[in-house]
Design a protein. Sequence first.
Length: 259
Amino acid sequence: MNRSLLRSAAVLALAALALTGCASPSVEPTTDGTTAASRTLSGDLTVYAAASLQGAFDEIGAAFIDENPDVRFSPVYDGSSTLVTQLQEGAPGDVFASADEKNMDKLADLALDPTLFASNTLVITVPAGNPGGVESLADLADVTTVLCAPEVPCGAASGTLLANADVTVEPASLEQNVTAVLTKVATGEADAGLVYATDVIDRDDVEAIVPDGAEDVVNRYPIAALDGAPNGDAAEAFVAFVLSDAGQRILADHGFGAP
Protein backbone atom coordinates (compact mmCIF):
# COMPACT_ATOMS: atom_id res chain seq x y z
CA MET A 1 0.00 0.00 0.00
CA ASN A 2 1.50 3.44 -0.96
CA ARG A 3 2.02 6.34 1.47
CA SER A 4 -1.04 8.24 0.19
CA LEU A 5 -3.39 5.35 0.90
CA LEU A 6 -1.86 4.79 4.34
CA ARG A 7 -2.32 8.47 5.19
CA SER A 8 -5.99 8.35 4.14
CA ALA A 9 -6.66 5.23 6.21
CA ALA A 10 -5.12 6.85 9.28
CA VAL A 11 -7.25 9.96 8.90
CA LEU A 12 -10.42 7.86 8.62
CA ALA A 13 -9.50 5.84 11.71
CA LEU A 14 -8.88 8.99 13.77
CA ALA A 15 -12.20 10.44 12.62
CA ALA A 16 -14.01 7.28 13.68
CA LEU A 17 -12.37 7.40 17.10
CA ALA A 18 -13.34 11.05 17.50
CA LEU A 19 -16.93 10.30 16.66
CA THR A 20 -16.96 7.41 19.10
CA GLY A 21 -15.60 9.64 21.84
CA CYS A 22 -18.33 12.22 21.26
CA ALA A 23 -21.19 9.75 21.21
CA SER A 24 -23.43 9.44 24.29
CA PRO A 25 -22.89 6.32 26.39
CA SER A 26 -25.37 3.59 25.63
CA VAL A 27 -28.20 2.98 28.11
CA GLU A 28 -29.37 -0.57 28.47
CA PRO A 29 -33.14 -1.00 28.29
CA THR A 30 -34.88 -2.60 31.25
CA THR A 31 -37.14 -5.62 30.95
CA ASP A 32 -40.23 -3.47 30.47
CA GLY A 33 -38.69 -1.53 27.59
CA THR A 34 -37.83 1.68 29.45
CA THR A 35 -34.33 2.85 30.24
CA ALA A 36 -32.85 3.18 33.69
CA ALA A 37 -32.36 6.92 33.10
CA SER A 38 -35.98 7.41 32.08
CA ARG A 39 -37.19 5.69 35.23
CA THR A 40 -35.23 7.85 37.70
CA LEU A 41 -37.84 9.62 39.83
CA SER A 42 -37.51 12.10 42.67
CA GLY A 43 -39.39 14.77 44.59
CA ASP A 44 -42.71 14.87 46.40
CA LEU A 45 -45.59 12.70 45.20
CA THR A 46 -48.94 13.85 46.59
CA VAL A 47 -51.69 11.27 46.25
CA TYR A 48 -55.29 12.14 47.09
CA ALA A 49 -57.08 8.88 47.87
CA ALA A 50 -60.42 7.76 49.30
CA ALA A 51 -60.33 7.02 53.03
CA SER A 52 -61.12 3.35 52.42
CA LEU A 53 -57.81 3.01 50.53
CA GLN A 54 -55.60 4.10 53.42
CA GLY A 55 -54.30 0.71 54.52
CA ALA A 56 -53.70 -0.53 51.00
CA PHE A 57 -52.18 2.70 49.70
CA ASP A 58 -49.86 3.04 52.70
CA GLU A 59 -48.45 -0.36 51.75
CA ILE A 60 -48.43 0.42 48.03
CA GLY A 61 -46.69 3.72 48.74
CA ALA A 62 -44.00 1.95 50.76
CA ALA A 63 -43.44 -0.57 47.95
CA PHE A 64 -43.28 2.23 45.39
CA ILE A 65 -40.68 4.09 47.48
CA ASP A 66 -38.62 0.90 47.74
CA GLU A 67 -38.31 1.03 43.95
CA ASN A 68 -37.94 4.83 43.83
CA PRO A 69 -36.08 5.87 46.98
CA ASP A 70 -35.72 9.51 45.91
CA VAL A 71 -39.49 10.01 45.89
CA ARG A 72 -41.34 11.24 49.00
CA PHE A 73 -44.81 9.71 49.17
CA SER A 74 -47.38 12.09 50.68
CA PRO A 75 -50.91 10.64 50.80
CA VAL A 76 -54.03 12.64 51.66
CA TYR A 77 -56.97 10.46 52.76
CA ASP A 78 -60.58 11.60 53.09
CA GLY A 79 -64.00 11.13 51.57
CA SER A 80 -63.80 11.25 47.76
CA SER A 81 -66.19 14.20 47.53
CA THR A 82 -64.10 16.18 50.03
CA LEU A 83 -60.93 15.47 48.04
CA VAL A 84 -62.62 16.55 44.80
CA THR A 85 -63.54 19.88 46.38
CA GLN A 86 -59.98 20.42 47.58
CA LEU A 87 -58.52 19.65 44.16
CA GLN A 88 -61.07 21.84 42.37
CA GLU A 89 -60.09 24.69 44.68
CA GLY A 90 -56.46 24.36 43.65
CA ALA A 91 -54.88 22.01 46.18
CA PRO A 92 -51.63 20.70 44.64
CA GLY A 93 -51.99 17.01 43.87
CA ASP A 94 -50.36 14.52 41.55
CA VAL A 95 -52.79 11.59 41.66
CA PHE A 96 -56.45 11.12 42.58
CA ALA A 97 -57.94 7.74 43.52
CA SER A 98 -61.70 7.80 44.07
CA ALA A 99 -64.00 5.27 45.71
CA ASP A 100 -66.48 5.71 42.85
CA GLU A 101 -66.66 6.85 39.25
CA LYS A 102 -69.12 9.67 39.97
CA ASN A 103 -66.60 11.70 41.95
CA MET A 104 -63.86 11.04 39.42
CA ASP A 105 -66.20 12.39 36.73
CA LYS A 106 -66.37 15.67 38.65
CA LEU A 107 -62.64 16.09 37.90
CA ALA A 108 -63.00 15.44 34.16
CA ASP A 109 -61.02 18.60 33.39
CA LEU A 110 -58.11 17.48 35.61
CA ALA A 111 -58.04 13.68 35.58
CA LEU A 112 -55.89 12.19 32.83
CA ASP A 113 -57.26 8.91 31.50
CA PRO A 114 -58.97 7.53 34.66
CA THR A 115 -58.62 3.76 34.96
CA LEU A 116 -60.52 1.35 37.21
CA PHE A 117 -58.21 -0.49 39.59
CA ALA A 118 -60.32 -2.05 42.39
CA SER A 119 -63.83 -2.76 43.65
CA ASN A 120 -65.53 -2.97 47.04
CA THR A 121 -68.85 -3.87 48.64
CA LEU A 122 -70.61 -2.89 51.86
CA VAL A 123 -71.04 -4.73 55.13
CA ILE A 124 -72.92 -3.93 58.32
CA THR A 125 -70.43 -3.26 61.08
CA VAL A 126 -71.25 -3.50 64.80
CA PRO A 127 -69.14 -3.17 67.96
CA ALA A 128 -67.45 -6.33 69.16
CA GLY A 129 -70.06 -8.51 70.83
CA ASN A 130 -72.87 -6.89 68.81
CA PRO A 131 -74.63 -5.27 71.81
CA GLY A 132 -77.48 -4.04 69.62
CA GLY A 133 -78.29 -7.54 68.40
CA VAL A 134 -78.14 -6.48 64.75
CA GLU A 135 -78.63 -9.28 62.23
CA SER A 136 -79.88 -7.62 59.05
CA LEU A 137 -80.43 -4.32 57.26
CA ALA A 138 -83.94 -4.12 58.69
CA ASP A 139 -82.48 -3.98 62.22
CA LEU A 140 -80.65 -0.74 61.38
CA ALA A 141 -83.95 1.11 61.63
CA ASP A 142 -84.28 0.15 65.29
CA VAL A 143 -80.78 0.87 66.64
CA THR A 144 -78.39 3.84 66.69
CA THR A 145 -76.97 3.77 63.19
CA VAL A 146 -74.38 6.01 61.54
CA LEU A 147 -73.94 6.28 57.79
CA CYS A 148 -71.74 8.10 55.32
CA ALA A 149 -73.23 11.29 53.88
CA PRO A 150 -75.04 10.80 50.54
CA GLU A 151 -72.43 12.71 48.53
CA VAL A 152 -69.69 10.35 49.74
CA PRO A 153 -69.31 7.09 47.76
CA CYS A 154 -70.00 4.90 50.79
CA GLY A 155 -73.10 7.02 51.50
CA ALA A 156 -74.42 6.73 47.97
CA ALA A 157 -73.86 2.97 48.04
CA SER A 158 -75.53 2.72 51.46
CA GLY A 159 -78.57 4.55 50.15
CA THR A 160 -78.85 2.16 47.21
CA LEU A 161 -78.41 -0.90 49.41
CA LEU A 162 -81.09 0.24 51.87
CA ALA A 163 -83.48 1.26 49.10
CA ASN A 164 -83.07 -2.11 47.41
CA ALA A 165 -84.01 -3.78 50.71
CA ASP A 166 -86.91 -1.35 51.24
CA VAL A 167 -85.43 -0.25 54.58
CA THR A 168 -85.67 3.33 55.88
CA VAL A 169 -83.06 4.43 58.40
CA GLU A 170 -82.87 7.71 60.32
CA PRO A 171 -79.12 7.93 60.94
CA ALA A 172 -77.79 9.36 64.17
CA SER A 173 -75.15 11.14 62.07
CA LEU A 174 -73.95 11.42 58.49
CA GLU A 175 -70.18 11.24 58.19
CA GLN A 176 -67.91 12.64 55.50
CA ASN A 177 -65.83 9.48 55.16
CA VAL A 178 -66.10 5.81 55.94
CA THR A 179 -63.35 5.97 58.56
CA ALA A 180 -65.52 8.23 60.72
CA VAL A 181 -68.41 5.74 60.53
CA LEU A 182 -66.13 2.90 61.58
CA THR A 183 -64.67 4.93 64.45
CA LYS A 184 -68.10 5.71 65.92
CA VAL A 185 -69.09 2.05 65.79
CA ALA A 186 -65.79 0.82 67.21
CA THR A 187 -66.00 3.22 70.16
CA GLY A 188 -69.61 2.28 70.92
CA GLU A 189 -71.09 5.63 69.95
CA ALA A 190 -73.30 3.73 67.51
CA ASP A 191 -74.80 0.26 67.45
CA ALA A 192 -74.20 -0.19 63.74
CA GLY A 193 -73.00 1.39 60.52
CA LEU A 194 -72.45 0.57 56.88
CA VAL A 195 -68.81 0.46 55.78
CA TYR A 196 -66.77 -1.29 53.13
CA ALA A 197 -65.81 -4.91 53.55
CA THR A 198 -62.15 -3.88 53.39
CA ASP A 199 -62.53 -1.61 56.43
CA VAL A 200 -63.18 -4.40 58.92
CA ILE A 201 -60.44 -6.82 57.90
CA ASP A 202 -58.16 -7.72 60.82
CA ARG A 203 -60.18 -5.59 63.28
CA ASP A 204 -61.03 -7.09 66.68
CA ASP A 205 -63.02 -4.10 67.97
CA VAL A 206 -65.83 -4.53 65.44
CA GLU A 207 -67.72 -7.34 63.75
CA ALA A 208 -69.07 -7.54 60.21
CA ILE A 209 -72.34 -8.86 58.84
CA VAL A 210 -72.70 -9.33 55.09
CA PRO A 211 -76.22 -8.11 54.27
CA ASP A 212 -78.46 -9.58 51.61
CA GLY A 213 -77.98 -7.78 48.31
CA ALA A 214 -74.48 -6.52 49.07
CA GLU A 215 -73.13 -8.21 45.96
CA ASP A 216 -75.47 -6.10 43.82
CA VAL A 217 -74.08 -2.77 45.05
CA VAL A 218 -70.46 -2.59 43.98
CA ASN A 219 -68.22 0.45 44.18
CA ARG A 220 -65.59 0.58 41.45
CA TYR A 221 -62.48 2.65 42.11
CA PRO A 222 -60.80 4.74 39.37
CA ILE A 223 -57.34 6.31 39.56
CA ALA A 224 -55.74 9.03 37.44
CA ALA A 225 -52.70 11.25 37.25
CA LEU A 226 -53.75 14.90 37.36
CA ASP A 227 -53.25 17.48 34.64
CA GLY A 228 -50.62 19.98 35.74
CA ALA A 229 -49.35 17.66 38.48
CA PRO A 230 -46.27 19.13 40.20
CA ASN A 231 -44.57 15.74 39.77
CA GLY A 232 -46.08 14.35 36.58
CA ASP A 233 -43.47 11.65 35.98
CA ALA A 234 -43.88 10.20 39.46
CA ALA A 235 -47.67 10.47 39.15
CA GLU A 236 -47.71 8.37 35.98
CA ALA A 237 -45.33 5.85 37.51
CA PHE A 238 -47.44 5.53 40.67
CA VAL A 239 -50.63 4.94 38.67
CA ALA A 240 -48.79 2.28 36.67
CA PHE A 241 -47.61 0.65 39.90
CA VAL A 242 -51.15 0.51 41.32
CA LEU A 243 -52.30 -1.19 38.11
CA SER A 244 -49.34 -3.59 38.06
CA ASP A 245 -49.39 -7.15 39.36
CA ALA A 246 -47.56 -6.01 42.50
CA GLY A 247 -50.09 -3.27 43.22
CA GLN A 248 -53.03 -5.54 42.53
CA ARG A 249 -51.66 -8.17 44.92
CA ILE A 250 -51.47 -5.62 47.72
CA LEU A 251 -55.03 -4.47 47.05
CA ALA A 252 -56.26 -8.08 47.06
CA ASP A 253 -54.46 -8.68 50.37
CA HIS A 254 -56.49 -5.81 51.80
CA GLY A 255 -59.76 -7.32 50.60
CA PHE A 256 -60.37 -5.33 47.44
CA GLY A 257 -61.91 -7.06 44.46
CA ALA A 258 -60.85 -6.85 40.85
CA PRO A 259 -61.99 -3.72 39.01
